[in-house]
Ligand binder design. Structure first.
Ligand code: NAD
Ligand code: UDP
Length: 348
């Protein structure tokens, strides 16, 4: 056994609230998190560091900033590597969470060719590493593999309706190929894989200018700007708070090897975009006005996960209601200085 310092911090997992914890050396893993400085990646790194693992966070900071992981830099079991996952890398690890990929429509459409490369080459590189190291590797896939779904809610068995030619295809098809690569490395090379399909997730550390609906609405409401509803606002999404999501992802990684997924991780409580706008106005006490803007091409009309499989195989289900999660997110948005955030770096 050995002792790891765990600084008391406001945003830690409850298990870390003691000043020092003991870890058994045999349970400590070397874990790579690609996209580890992003919204979800930074929370995942935080959790894994708090559990005592030896964590390598890899990121090229395309849609994130070092401040997301700055609080981890002094920890002896945390390492930050600036690297672009489209280039090969050589590390020895036991587990890999592959999150590197722009996730917001505005971010992934900024350089769509790069988005495809990130998903496809990124998957090849982490799978190659997992094969060499005999590591376990988890892919952060997405509900976007279902496209604009004709089946509602969406179970994992639904094969999707993606427009291969549209502006969302760089992301959707890139993630679909990544899933294919994961299954082929698993079948052909025996690589120990996991696939989770993440549905809309929100929370503190979302990029305030990522253009996603939750960040846009909160930023606009707090700034007294008009709230931009795309289309008539009757399209639906199901919003999962980040803590629930991270719990589901970690359970999947730690689950039995024979359960490779894909498994939906998301909150099945479904809301129209107009309802989300109204709730945001209420929780921020904002006087902003709702205005309609054109609906982007191929914008899915409905989305709600069927989480029967996650409940049965992982014993997982979300615990945080939208009202509560949104309040926490608004609280965080009130604390940040927007001038420290910038749009995606040009020429990536
Ligand atoms: P994010 O943009 O905050 O995080 C992605 C991270 O990947 C960023 O830190 C970014 O700089 C990094 N990155 C991008 N391209 C890279 C490259 N070529 N090399 C190295 N790093 C690179 O987004 P997020 O919401 O935290 O999403 C994380 C993962 O979860 C993504 O793979 C995304 O597709 C998936 N996902 C997220 C959601 C959601 O609602 N948040 C939904 C479905 C899937
Ligand atoms: N949306 C909106 N106003 C905004 C941003 C987004 O009405 O300012 C809508 C968007 O058209 C979509 C939904 O909100 O129907 C969710 O968009 P987001 O970009 O967050 O995620 P995704 O479409 O990938 O689910």
């Amino acid at each position: 056994m050995f002792i790891v310092d765990v600084p008391a911090s406001k945003s830690v997992h409850p298990a870390t609230l003691t000043a020092k914890r003991e870890f058994s050396v045999s349970s400590i893993k070397r874990i790579l998190v690609t996209g580890g400085a992003g919204f979800l990646g930074s929370h995942l790194c935080e959790r894994l560091v708090d559990e005592g693992h030896d964590v390598v966070c890899l990121d090229n900071f395309f849609t994130s900033q070092k401040s997301n992981v700055a609080h981890l830099l002094g920890r002896q079991n945390f390492e930050l590597v600036r690297h672009d996952i489209t280039q090969p890398l050589w590390l020895e690890v036991d587990e890999i969470y592959n999150l590197a990929c722009p996730a917001a429509p505005g971010h992934y459409q900024f350089n769509p060719i790069k988005t495809v490369k990130t998903s496809v080459l990124g998957a090849i590189h982490v799978l190659g590493m997992a094969k060499r190291c005999r590591a376990k590797v988890l892919q952060a896939s997405t509900s976007e593999v279902y496209g604009d779904p004709e089946v509602h809610p969406q179970p994992e068995s639904y094969r999707g309706a993606v427009n291969t030619l549209g502006p969302r295809a760089c992301y959707d098809e890139g993630k679909r190929v990544a899933e294919t690569l994961f299954m082929d490395y698993h079948r052909s090379n025996g690589v120990n894989v996991r696939i989770v399909r993440i549905f809309n997730t929100y929370g503190p550390r979302m990029h305030p200018y990522d253009g996603r609906v939750v960040s846009n609405f909160i930023r606009q409401a707090l700034g007294g700007e008009d709230i931009t509803i795309f289309g008539d606002g009757r399209q639906t999404r199901s919003f999962c708070y980040r803590d629930d999501l991270i719990e589901g992802m970690v359970r999947m990684m730690n689950g039995p090897d024979e359960f490779v997924g894909p498994v939906n991780i998301g909150n099945p409580d479904e809301f129209t975009i107009r309802q989300l706008a109204e709730l945001t106005l209420e929780l921020t006490s904002s006087k902003s006005t709702l205005i309609e803007r054109p609906l982007p091409e191929d914008d899915p009309t409905q989305r709600k996960p069927d989480i029967t499989l996650a409940r049965a195989r992982l014993g997982w289900e979300p615990t945080i209601k939208l009202r509560d999660g949104l309040s926490k997110t608004i609280e965080w948005f009130r604390t940040i200085d927007m001038r420290h955030y910038r749009a995606p770096t040009p020429n990536y």
